[in-house]
Design a binder for this molecule. Structure first.
Ligand SMILES: O=C(O)c1cc(=O)[nH]c(=O)n1[C@@H]1O[C@H](COP(=O)(O)O)[C@@H](O)[C@H]1O
Length: 239
């Protein structure tokens, strides 16, 4: 896979018109993430529009609910024929197992390939300090993220979402084909904003990330084409 095929651009815009404008501007981008803002605004229509342009899709709805409810949501989402789908690991073991099964059922009922189901370990906006003092988790952050990964692995998920700062450690523990997808990626020239645990694109890939999720450094740039080009050049230099 080319380094640039490992970059998923987060299409975090408010409506269909802005989404299509960006997709047309950045025609070299082959993998887009549709998240809570855009999906809530447009519904599944945006997925059809991306598919008609032969794009891969990460449907990032971060399900977090009781087993019966996440299973229903995963069944429904898997009928869209997307490539990646998210659930929070903190939904718990039973919910993760139910979601894993539901993804197969949903996709086969629609005659499409099942999405890879990946679990959020710990949001990349949460710092060690917040984990301890706000969420009251009595574990060191890397240990907590590892526990979430082990639960996802044990319940049959295809991978996890984690910050690039944890990737090297997690890569040593998980199976080679277990996906490690990293948001919280910041080129040196971009602002961190609300991301608490970042590395640069080159550092994240070198650490063992399968995919990088990058949004605002590209989408909020005055020149998104140039931002994309600089990220591709950074990655090409290490491959
Ligand atoms: O599931 C995600 O993609 C996700 C998980 C996470 O822990 N942190 C995180 O930032 N994300 C998403 O990744 C994208 C990052 O966007 P930027 O911070 O603009 O690069 C956003 O769409 C977030 O919703």
């Amino acid at each position: 896979m080319n380094a640039e095929d490992r970059v998923i651009v987060a299409l975090d815009v408010p409506d269909e018109r802005s989404a299509i404008e960006l997709v047309e501007r950045l025609e070299q981008v082959s993998f887009w993430k549709v998240g809570l803002e855009l999906f809530t605004s447009t519904g599944p229509k945006i997925l059809e529009l991306l598919k008609s342009r032969q794009k891969r899709i990460f449907l990032d709805l971060k399900f977090h609910d009781i087993p019966n409810t996440v299973a229903g949501a995963c069944r429904a989402a898997s009928r869209y024929g997307v490539d990646l789908l998210t659930i929070h690991a903190t939904s718990g073991k039973e919910a993760l197992k139910a979601a894993t099964e539901a993804v197969q059922v949903g996709a086969s009922s629609a005659g499409v390939k099942p999405p890879k189901l990946i679990a959020i370990t710990l949001l990349t906006s949460i710092s060690s300090r917040q984990l301890a003092f706000d969420l009251k988790i009595p574990l060191e952050l890397p240990e907590y993220v590892l526990e979430m990964l082990l639960m996802a692995q044990e319940t049959g998920l295809d991978g996890v979402v984690c910050s690039p700062q944890e990737v090297a450690q997690l890569r040593q523990t998980c199976e080679k084909d277990f996906l490690l997808v990293c948001p919280g990626v910041r080129p040196t020239w971009a602002a961190a904003k609300d991301q608490a645990r970042s590395l640069t694109p080159a550092q994240a890939i070198a650490a063992g990330a399968d995919y990088l999720v990058i949004g605002r450094p590209i989408t909020e740039s005055d020149n998104p084409e140039l931002a994309w080009k600089k990220i591709c050049e950074e990655l090409a230099a290490i491959s």
